[in-house]
Design a protein around this ligand. Structure first.
Ligand code: FAD
Ligand code: SF4
Length: 469
């Protein structure tokens, strides 16, 4: 009888990724985590059990073979690892940094039941950065087909459609409203989480492949979707959902109240953080209240700290456990000196006689017992209202679709919240030849979801071209 294979010993602790010290990083906008070294990456990958059924793969929204690429990292075959990741995900340097891995691929990891799951996100970042350092290999392109697609919006969904369609030999033109392509990756997520050079490199590899990018093109104004349908054989709408949502309370029109979108766009896209080198002054005070508990709230709060605010509190109406932000960002924010006010909600914003913010009125909240969906509702505690002195309020409670495209495109159906109605399989809208994906279809906002939609849409548009040519 052969010898039984030796059972792999479980190592419960994850190899911590190197990070810049909080007191140093809070003074600038450079990236916080430094990533794994080669040896750290191999060691961390060595914790993987190489499970037969690989639950990590089904936890990933685009089905990356996580266990497979992790095994290649352990063997030192980094090129093989990056190739395997890129079969499903074209922006691993982005997703390795910003995906909510804890709830996705790392969530079902078998090791996670006994200790920390394998650091799949950190390993994805490692292989992507290894490729960036060793030269990105451009994919092959099929011969020209004579068909073309017009893509509206250059966020992750639009970039994914562009990458897939250009490789299939189709012409691709991206129309972007802003002066710089990249969508939220450029105007929303700050440099200290996602360096802009990474997004720029990705976009450069698309233009090298032949993708044309036209900036300052507001579709619905500069051109309409119908104009694009005359110029191209199909259109993809990846316009995101960037219109801000406010709370509807007294005082939201005071000077010193920002939507997180405006605050982050001024800082990131318009480089206010590089003032006076960049001519974008930004007026805000030292005591800041950020309302919300998601990634957007955390990005705004940590940006405010870096811009010189001395007292930044994140006000969230539920408790820490319910915060939708990535756990790592909460930890980083805490280390950097953010104050967290859980179970509190604003009831009004207070101004002085000149219309400037001087305070915020808050009420304490409690959570109800879980309802049928398991969610605990926050309800105000009577008589608990109190005032907090602040000079700036940043509202980060969500975003909604901008109605411009739908209102200028006859036959394009939207749901009652204003999101485009699409077929789940093909991402086709109610207009023939018009497809959509990402935040504008309202299925939850994440980079990898937007990319997954882009993948599905590109496949369907290619099939549509095959049928109509
Ligand atoms: P977007 O990235 O929104 O891009 C849409 C593009 O379309 C924009 O460039 C816009 O200018 C352009 N556009 C809009 N209208 C028009 C028009 N009429 N004509 C031409 N162009 C137009 N997700 C994560 O997974 N992890 C995170 O850590 C994370 N952090 C986030 C932090 C912030 C501050 C924000 C705002 C979002 C964050 N998200 C995160 C969510 C994620 O970024 C989005 O889900 C994702 O970017 C959506 O991609 P998209 O392609 O749908 O559109
Ligand atoms: Fe490795 Fe965890 Fe995936 Fe199993 S679930 S293959 S241990 S990463």
């Amino acid at each position: 009888m052969g010898k039984k294979p030796e059972k792999k010993k479980l190592r419960p602790d994850r190899i911590a990724v190197r990070e810049r010290a909080p007191e140093e990083r809070v003074k600038d906008f450079r990236e916080v985590p430094l990533g794994y070294t080669v040896n750290q990456a191999k060691d961390e990958a060595g914790r993987c059990l190489n499970c037969k059924n690989r639950p990590c793969k089904s936890g990933c929204p685009v089905g990356i073979d996580c266990g497979g690429f992790v095994a290649k990292v352990h063997e030192g075959d980094f090129l093989g690892a990056v190739k395997l990741v890129k079969e499903k995900n074209l922006l691993p340097a982005v997703t390795g940094r910003v995906c909510p891995q804890v709830e996705q691929c790392e969530g079902p990891c078998v090791i996670g039941k006994k200790g920390a799951s394998v650091g799949i996100g950190n390993l994805e970042r490692f292989v992507a950065d290894w490729e960036r350092a060793h030269g990105v290999v451009l994919p092959d392109k099929a011969p020209p087909t004579g068909m073309s697609v017009g893509i509206v919006g250059s966020g992750p969904s639009g970039l994914t459609v562009a990458a897939d369609m250009i490789q299939l030999g189709h012409g691709v033109t991206i129309y972007e409203a802003l002066h710089e392509p990249g969508g939220v990756l450029v105007y929303g997520i700050p440099e200290f989480r996602l360096p802009k050079t990474i997004v720029a490199e990705q976009i450069a590899s698309l233009t090298q492949l032949g993708v044309e990018i036209k900036v300052n093109q507001i579709i619905g104004r500069t051109l309409t979707v119908d104009d694009l349908l005359h110029m191209h054989n199909a259109v993809f709408l990846g316009v995101g959902a960037g219109a801000p949502v406010f709370m509807g309370i007294r005082g939201e029109n005071l000077i010193g109240v920002y939507s997180a979108n405006e605050f982050l766009t001024r800082s990131n896209l318009m480089r206010a953080y590089k003032f006076p080198e960049w001519d974008t002054p930004m007026r805000f005070g030292k005591r800041i209240a950020v309302i919300g508990g998601g990634n957007v709230a955390m990005d705004a709060a940590r940006t405010a700290l870096r811009l010189g605010a001395t007292d930044v509190s994140v006000i969230y109406r539920r408790s820490r456990e319910e915060m939708p932000s990535r756990a790592e960002e909460i930890r980083h924010g805490e280390e950097e000196g953010l104050r967290f006010d859980f179970l509190k909600a604003p009831t009004s914003i207070i101004g002085d006689e000149k219309g400037f913010v001087v305070g915020i009125q808050l009420v304490d909240m409690r959570l109800t017992e879980p309802d049928a969906s398991g969610r605990r509702r926050p309800v105000p505690i009577e008589g608990s209202e109190h005032r907090r002195d602040v000079d700036t309020v940043i509202v980060a409670i969500g975003q909604r679709p901008n109605p411009m495209i739908a209102s200028t495109t006859p036959g394009l159906e939207v749901d009652k919240r204003g999101y485009l109605v699409v077929d789940e399989e093909t991402m086709g809208t109610t207009r023939e030849g018009v497809y959509a994906g990402g935040d504008i279809v309202g299925w939850g906002a994440s980079v990898i979801r937007a990319m997954g939609d882009g993948r599905k849409a590109a496949k369907a548009i290619h099939n549509y071209f095959t049928l109509t040519s």
